[in-house]
Design a protein around this ligand. Structure first.
Ligand SMILES: Cc1ncc(COP(=O)(O)O)c(C=O)c1O
Length: 432
């Protein structure tokens, strides 16, 4: 090309969760039976959305409107419904339907939210990071994503001093990102901690992005929303139905803008999000139309509760599988459906292996592990030896080593096998 046509941030677009699939498919072609523990899709892992939710969706198919485009910002009645739900919360920030903007899944919202930011305005996010956010921020700024630490020795809670110092001494930081419940750690932040983060943002005139896609999968049943803890700080809360109906294929997620009018610059930025969206119409009409019917149904809350109890039990099983394992830190998640196993510092080296019987697979793995991060090396051996595909923790922009699995396997015997095999593999690998 006579001009370099590659965006300055293109190299920053990485997504280990799916990149590992390419390796897994390769191994499958060599005859390994794979167990996919990398993607957070409950439906793919065997969970059928409840019959009554599917009936609502069926009925909507008979309404011609559900086949049409809808307003750029989304279906007005649904936005009214969602705004009313925010406003029902005691003492929280009030919003209107105009503060709600639908996207083609939160993945799309994330890319637009960072894509519309001025390049020099950075958003500080957690490490371990969820790649959709960290890659989008990094790609739009053209620099490595700036992060604060989540502390594995404190239940993966954010290190508030780290946030405070970074925000104070780096004035390019305009926003603070957090995810609660978090992906990949499953940590749920207590209200007091969230209020402290909001206070840091307020003191330094920053805004907050809070990804709350798992807000209704919290094991103690508390469904805290940003509107209840941000106070007067401008914020964007992100929500969706992918994980809670669950309906990831609906591509239906939205943002709620809080305290838009508290800051003129934030308000103009939010207007630019809508303007950018106007370049296309909204088309997830049917899933959007389903939201008031599903979330307004008396069966919805019991549905959420049942799932919370289910994942809570599975989280207990996962923690039990790693009990007394000196090589790892395995914190019980408080929500979502992920489980992160951290391998302690110094446990991994580049000589450890797992036995792989199939020669072609062994040779492929031995070639692949050259020069990779120590946890990725373990993940590759694990894949070759057992077929289990997990995501290395360093793939989440983390200095800690380890891996993330899901709690989604719905076959009880298979889930027990996965946990047992992971534990045995760690023990064998570390001792090898
Ligand atoms: C924390 C988080 N945010 C956003 C998304 C994207 O969700 P959606 O299916 O709405 O694009 C995911 C998907 O796994 C996620 O884990």
């Amino acid at each position: 090309m006579r001009r370099d046509i590659v965006h300055v941030g293109a190299g920053n677009l990485t997504y280990e969760i799916r990149e590992i699939v390419v390796v897994g498919r390769d191994l499958a072609n060599l005859g390994v039976e794979m167990t996919w523990e990398n993607i957070g899709d409950p439906v793919q892992k065997g969970e059928a959305p409840p019959g009554w939710i599917r009936e609502i969706v069926h009925d909507l198919l008979d309404e011609p409107n559900s086949w049409a485009y809808c307003d750029t910002a989304g279906v007005p009645e649904t936005r009214e419904f969602l705004a009313a739900r925010v406003n029902q919360r005691d003492g929280g920030v009030r919003i209107t339907a105009a503060d709600i903007l639908f996207f083609n899944g939160l993945g799309d919202a994330v890319s637009k939210v960072y894509g519309q930011l001025r390049r020099e305005a950075r958003v500080l996010g957690p490490s371990p990071a969820y790649s959709t956010h960290s890659s989008a921020e990094s790609a739009s700024s053209g620099y490595k994503h700036l992060t604060y630490d989540l502390d594995p020795h404190n239940g993966w809670m954010p290190d508030l001093d780290d946030i405070r110092m970074k925000v104070k001494y780096n004035d390019s930081i305009a926003g603070i990102l957090l995810l609660t419940p978090d992906n990949p750690t499953g940590a749920v932040y207590p209200r007091a901690l969230l209020e402290e983060i909001a206070e840091i943002a307020r003191q330094h005139d920053c805004f907050i992005i809070t990804d709350e896609i798992y807000a209704h999968i919290v094991f103690d049943g508390s469904h805290l929303h940003a509107s209840e803890w941000v106070g007067d700080v401008p914020a964007i809360a992100m929500r969706g139905i992918s994980k809670e109906y669950p309906w990831p294929g609906s591509r239906c997620g939205w943002i709620e803008v809080l305290n838009r009018d508290r800051d003129e610059n934030f308000s103009r930025y939010c207007a630019s999000l809508l303007a950018a969206k106007r370049l296309e119409v909204s088309s997830t009409t049917l899933p959007q139309m389903s939201i008031p019917r599903v979330m307004g149904d008396s069966r919805y809350l019991p549905h959420l509760l049942r799932r919370e109890q289910l994942f809570d039990r599975r989280a207990d099983e996962a923690v039990a599988a790693f009990a007394d394992c000196d090589s790892v830190v395995a914190n019980k998640p408080g929500g979502a459906f992920y489980f992160t196993v951290m391998l302690k510092d110094g446990v991994l080296n580049d000589r450890q292996t797992l036995a792989i019987e199939n020669r072609a697979v062994r040779e492929r793995i031995e070639k692949m592990v050259a020069g990779v991060a120590p946890d990725k090396r373990f993940v590759y051996y694990l894949m070759g030896a057992t077929g289990i595909v997990v995501v290395p923790l360093t793939g989440f922009q983390s200095d800690h080593h380890g891996f993330r699995i899901t709690l989604l396997e719905s076959d009880d015997a298979k889930r027990a096998w996965i946990l047992r095999t992971l534990r045995e593999s760690i023990d064998t690998y570390v001792a090898s």
